[in-house]
Design a protein around this ligand. Structure first.
Ligand code: GSH
Length: 381
């Protein structure tokens, strides 16, 4: 295993234990053996130095020993992947890479609905736990405000009385799909975590694997999924159940049969919502004609640019549109564009087999990037 001298000094991770995206970064740092000190947002440095630098109050933020500041779970992982880590999160196969990005999208974006439902719709059953977590991270006074703000996000995430039964059906079916996979494999794509695992662990740790109501369900219904959550949050590769397994990804750009139902589950749930969100963004860009580099919204903390009416598992829902999703999924386009024609056709055929080819945004005449820690429109000149 290659060692990484460059990471000897601890960095500072601004985040809290119950935060979805902080969890992504914490898992990554622990797997790679990168030393860090975690500080909550109530630490004076966050208001004095970090917020002015990143332009809004958001976590996770990493402050490197040389003073550089990185916000966004994707950008933080990118930084360390470029610097060189013991266990790169990118499989070799291009189909594996594209599918890993789609699973990352499902976990880190689409499952916000499941995460927020289980956290806030069962507040009466887990209030002491949540109040303690929010107060520890932000102080008592701020805790009330943040908890109220988080609850106010439910409608734009499509969590309503009508959708709650299908959200719960979705979580239970995900547990049933993942359980047999994690009986045979330590991680989604083989012997070490990939960006797919890092995407899924966000909601599966911070909310669903930790808050009393959903974590109880996870432990009882899917013990191996709970073990994967523990494994992902442990230092290095924590797989005593798989001593003979090795640390590689599946070879020759293949996936095991146990992942087929997961990909079908994702395809069933991300459409038609994702397609409608992309069309909404097309119309938005057409109408407003933003300049290249223009922030996606007027205020840095405003991440939604509007809402669509769509369906989740056949139930009508309203869903807020975050241009950030394009920032994430464009990486799948980039993998495809880096291939020759034969390989492109092979990967596209693989995606079609799983009903996921429409997850790639493709040619739209614009994209979303990040500059100065904020999402911006990218309009080619
Ligand atoms: N795209 C960001 C999302 C980060 C994010 O949404 N963080 C949440 C906490 S888990 C937050 O700071 N929310 C503040 C708010 O919504 O007011 C990332 O991946 O880092």
């Amino acid at each position: 295993m290659p060692q990484t001298q460059a990471f000897a000094d601890p960095l500072i991770l601004y985040g809290v234990p119950h935060s979805l995206y902080t969890g992504v970064v914490r898992c990554y740092l622990r797997t790679q053996g990168i030393a860090y000190i975690e500080r909550p947002t109530s630490h004076p440095d966050f208001a004095q130095r970090i917020m002015p630098a990143i332009g809004r109050s958001i976590i996770p933020v990493v402050e490197l020993p040389d003073g550089r500041i990185i916000q966004d779970s994707i950008d933080i992982i990118d930084h360390f992947e470029h610097a060189g880590v013991p266990w790169s999160a990118w499989p070799d196969g291009p189909l594996q890479r594209v599918l890993a990005i789609i699973v990352q999208y499902y976990g880190s974006q689409a499952m916000l609905r499941h995460a927020m439902h289980y956290r806030w719709s069962y507040l009466d059953k887990q209030e002491a736990f949540l109040r303690d977590a929010f107060a520890a991270g932000s102080g008592h006074e701020m805790a009330e405000k943040i908890m109220a703000r988080m609850q106010s996000y439910l409608p734009q995430l499509g969590v309503t009385e009508a959708s709650i039964p299908v959200i719960e059906q979705s979580f239970e079916s995900l547990l049933d799909i993942l359980e047999p996979h994690f009986r045979e494999h330590p991680y989604l794509f083989g012997g070490r975590p990939s960006v797919a695992d890092y995407g899924l662990i966000g909601p599966m740790f911070a909310h669903l694997g930790r808050d009393p109501v959903p974590s109880d369900l996870m432990k009882r219904r899917a013990p191996r999924v709970f073990r994967w959550v523990e494994r992902m949050t442990a230092p290095r590769l924590d797989a005593p159940e798989f001593t003979q397994y090795g640390t590689d990804y599946y070879t020759n750009d293949t996936l095991p049969e146990t992942l087929t139902p997961l990909l079908a589950h994702i395809a069933e749930e991300i459409f038609p919502e994702l397609t409608s969100k992309l069309v909404f963004m097309d119309d938005h860009v057409n109408q407003w004609q933003p300049a290249d580099g223009q922030p996606v919204s007027d205020k840095p903390h405003q991440r939604y640019i509007g809402a669509i009416e769509t369906q989740f598992r056949g139930v009508p829902v309203t869903a807020g549109v975050q241009p950030y999703l394009l920032y994430l999924l464009r990486r799948a386009d980039a993998v495809l564009q880096s291939l020759d024609e034969t390989e492109q056709s092979r990967v596209l055929a693989g995606l079609q087999r799983h009903g996921l080819d429409r997850a790639l945004p493709g040619q739209r005449g614009y994209s979303v990037g990040r500059r100065n820690h904020i999402e911006v429109w990218e309009i080619p000149g």
